[in-house]
Design a protein around this ligand. Structure first.
Ligand SMILES: Nc1ncnc2c1ncn2[C@@H]1O[C@H](COP(=O)(O)OP(=O)(O)OP(=O)(O)O)[C@@H](O)[C@H]1O
Length: 296
């Protein structure tokens, strides 16, 4: 399968600040790739480099096999910027007509369906719209031509939980129709629902890439055992499917990936008196991965 996004050593510096550093990235056709990072990590800069709105200091970026500035490529790409700046007197309907005309009015009929779906009043000028409603205009513009590739910069920011859910459904629909998606996010719920792979970016550097399956495994079950006497972590560390043992004295917290039969048997042999299970949600895993001392 062809790659819809290919970057090689992509780097952008602003004076002495390196916003994106040596980024080599591949996104396959039909794949949803989530680019995760903290504020200022370089996510929006990467999106703008992909679209060729800004030029790299070093390295290359290609989308759909060409340059983001090529009109024929741009017409096949939907972009939702982190901060959509439209003329304040423009209405949603004006924006749809203007950007639709730029794209040769391709499948602009989706605009009406999306406007209705997100409850946007297209007659109101941008200056009167709340942050969330301005975001809706951006979503309609990004999705209305049914693009093959969607580049979405924090797509749900500013949307209320009901609309976030509606957006996730829309994204899942487009994905099942074959669209490729690259998005930035801080919201694990949206990443969990649609992403196939995540890339973690820190200070402009892609520090880690992992599949959704691997990420879920990081949220694997944890079991806390209490013992009436001191049991050393090593006593459980070698048991099948145990990936980590923490704690001390008579209380050990064990992370397991897979069946727990052997672990329970061993804990019973060691005289465990209580067993409690806990499952971390992905937000917790996300926080852990971005802790300063987290392994890259
Ligand atoms: N035009 C610019 N001139 C100078 N510095 C810039 C410019 N654009 C971005 N930066 C800097 O580059 C770094 C990366 O910014 P970027 O907007 O890509 O981060 P981000 O990961 O999208 O952050 P956020 O989650 O807050 O949107 C930041 O330190 C930012 O201040």
């Amino acid at each position: 399968m062809t790659d819809v996004i290919e970057t090689e050593g992509l780097t952008k510096t602003w004076g002495s600040l390196t916003a994106v550093s040596g980024l080599t990235l591949r996104v396959r056709a039909g794949e949803c790739y989530a680019f995760l990072g903290r504020n200022g990590a370089g996510k929006s800069t990467t999106a703008r480099l992909l679209l060729d709105f800004i030029r790299p200091t070093r390295g290359t970026a290609r989308i759909l096999g060409g340059s983001g500035s090529d009109p024929s490529i741009r017409n096949r790409t939907g972009y939702l910027p982190g901060d959509l700046n439209l003329p304040r007197a423009m209405t949603g309907a004006d924006a749809i007509a203007y950007f639709g005309a730029l794209q040769g009015n391709r499948r602009q009929k989706d605009a009406a369906v999306l406007t209705e779906r997100f409850g946007l009043d297209p007659k109101r000028p941008v200056r009167e719209l709340s942050t969330g409603n301005r975001r809706k205009v951006g979503l309609v513009l990004a999705f209305m031509s049914r693009p093959e590739l969607l580049i979405l910069d924090e797509p749900t920011s500013g949307l209320d939980p009901v609309l976030q859910e509606e957006f996730r459904e829309l994204l899942a629909e487009r994905k099942s129709e074959g669209a490729s998606i690259w998005l930035t996010s801080h919201v694990m719920a949206e990443v969990e629902r649609v992403a196939d792979r995540v890339g973690l970016v820190r200070d402009g550097v892609l520090s880690r890439e992992l599949s959704m399956e691997e990420l879920r495994r990081q949220a694997a079950d944890r079991i806390r055992f209490r013992f009436p006497r001191n049991v050393r972590p090593q006593a459980l560390a070698t048991v099948a499917n145990v990936t980590d043992v923490a704690g001390e004295a008579g209380s050990l917290v064990v992370t397991v990936d897979g069946p727990v039969t052997d672990l329970l048997r061993r804990a019973a042999q060691l005289g465990a008196t209580t067993v409690e299970t806990e499952r971390r949600d992905l937000d917790e895993v996300f926080l852990e991965m971005f802790e300063p001392e987290a392994p890259a």
